[in-house]
Design a binder for this molecule. Structure first.
Ligand code: PLP
Length: 492
């Protein structure tokens, strides 16, 4: 299995090279040169552990990695760091089947990929005889940052630098990041929004002189953002796992089709479901849920992607994104792997902030349905589902639920559906608690943790234990145009 780029035909890139490098030299994203098909019976999925499913999926994409090495990565990633042996449990309520991807160390779905990426990265380093230290450079809308820090802190041979929008993440998210221990970690607040952070990080990646400069100091950049194929592929596994659980729980018969609803920002999670479908998992509709930054909704409706619009800070901050990086991979696939088309579209995105796909390409988008929900609707659904079904959704999951409800009303499609639940409500206490009852307004995020625990009568997740009183270890703030200098300063 070899990898190529969305912007140029490449012939010799192996999985481990793609993982090490993060992004292709000409700025494209790595994609598998052919989509592997599953080589097992779907009926097996309900019997296998999460780790077994992860292995069955990942070895198809990463066949270069020896079985024993891949199994080592998987066993060390999906272990007691997760608060349930199931790793990704499926919870049924009266109206929803929630795939809970938030049982890892930072209680958001980024843990699913970022707990394994450091192992894949070290394996890749070894396979390629790479002796330089790997510098993970990451822009985060809140959740990636902490999950990457958690994964890479104190990993020998790596350093990690995280940039987050200073005023664009929740108090809890920020506190989680700035209290990270580990001598190899560096966390910086940026006076700008997530797109500013992401664009600048991409520019730093693309800066060849800078790469040479740091190479002299024995460093090499890589990425923990979902543009790294080493993040995308592990995410494919949980769609297979959820199918097995739908069968196990009598919601589906083996071979029947299910839909998925995915709360979407950078388009990584939903792209993983698209890959699962291409590999042979019977998925019908891929329902893409956005918040008020509904650039994807408009794209699916009109075929035009246009980022020239007002940017909203919403109560689902991890989805406050106007440039969904992974969409480039979808464009590559739906254009019949035409790198010229992708180049043209990406050039107009850079130049004009927008592009329009061809009618041919639009035909290949028929499996997708786009919807969106604003904050008010989102909070309405948090309350409704909690009052009526006793299930407390976080704001991101609630965006997905809201769009799912619209979808059913619009289409009457009764296909069993998995709602991807991307964060624990404990991560967004203020938004969630005030949705349930306005009386919680005016109380700090941190105090609300206790109120939420009372409401749910369960244990506080380990990630939130004593969060308010942890020592702040990172307090650097910079402007967007100072980000590169920050990187230089850190890499002595
Ligand atoms: C990152 C994130 C998303 C968006 O996922 P993408 O893969 O970027 O589309 C949704 N919800 C939460 C809680 C997240 O952290």
């Amino acid at each position: 299995m070899l990898y190529t780029s969305t912007r140029q035909k490449l012939e010799h890139i192996t999985a481990t090279q793609a993982i090490l490098q993060g992004i292709s030299n000409e700025g494209g994203l790595f994609v598998p040169s052919t989509m592997p098909k599953i080589d097992f019976d779907l009926g097996e999925l309900s019997k296998w552990s999460y780790q077994e499913i992860a292995y069955r999926i990942m070895h198809l994409f990463f066949d270069e990695i020896k079985d024993e090495d891949l199994k080592y990565c998987i066993e060390h990633a999906y272990d007691e760091k997760f608060d349930t042996q199931e790793i990704a449990p499926l919870v049924h309520t009266k109206t929803g089947n929630f795939l809970e991807l938030f049982h890892g160390p930072t209680i958001a779905f980024k843990d699913m990929a970022l707990s394994i990426l450091p192992y894949l990265m070290l394996t890749s380093k070894r396979y390629n005889g790479e002796e330089k230290d790997i510098v993970i450079l990451t822009a985060t809308s809140g959740d990636t940052g902490k999950a990457a820090l958690e994964g890479f802190a104190n990993v020998d041979g790596t350093k990690i630098i995280v940039f987050f929008p200073q005023d664009g993440v929740s108090d809890v998210q920020k506190q989680q990041m700035v209290t990270t221990e580990g001598a190899n970690t560096f966390v910086v607040g940026v006076k700008g929004n997530f797109d500013d952070c992401q664009t600048t990080v991409k520019e730093i990646f693309g800066n060849k002189e800078f790469a040479e400069e740091i190479a002299k100091k024995n460093y090499k950049f890589s990425s923990a953002n979902s543009i790294n194929i080493g993040r995308l592929i592990p995410q494919v596994a949980y769609y297979f796992a959820s199918y097995g659980k739908m069968v196990r729980d009598g919601k589906l018969k083996v071979g029947e089709v299910m839909n998925v609803v995915v709360p979407t920002g950078n388009f990584g999670n939903i792209l993983a479901s698209y890959y699962a479908k291409q590999m042979g998992l019977p998925i019908g509709k891929l329902i893409c849920a956005s918040n008020s930054n509904k650039v994807l909704f408009d794209f699916f409706k009109s075929g035009t992607y246009d980022r020239n619009r007002e940017f909203f800070l919403t109560e689902s901050p991890s989805m406050d994104i106007l440039i969904s990086s992974n969409l480039e991979r979808l464009l590559y696939h739906i254009s019949g792997e035409d790198t010229n088309i992708v180049n043209d579209l990406m050039t107009s995105l850079k130049k004009d902030g927008k592009y329009t796909i061809t009618d041919e390409m639009r035909k290949n988008l028929q499996d997708f349905y786009g919807g969106y929900a604003d904050d008010e609707m989102t909070k309405g659904y948090i309350k409704k589902v909690f009052d009526e079904e006793g299930y407390l959704m976080d704001t991101h999951t609630a965006v997905a639920y809201a769009v799912y409800d619209q979808y059913i009303k619009e289409t009457q499609d009764e296909t069993p559906t998995v709602i991807v639940s991307t964060a624990s409500p404990y991560k967004f206490t203020h938004s969630v608690m005030t949705a349930v009852d306005k009386k919680y307004d005016g109380i700090s995020d941190f105090e609300l943790l206790d109120h939420m625990q009372n409401l749910l009568q369960g244990d506080l997740p380990k990630a939130m234990d004593h969060i308010a009183t942890r020592e702040i270890l990172h307090n650097t703030v910079c402007n967007v145009n100072e980000m590169k200098d920050m990187v230089s300063k850190f890499l002595v």
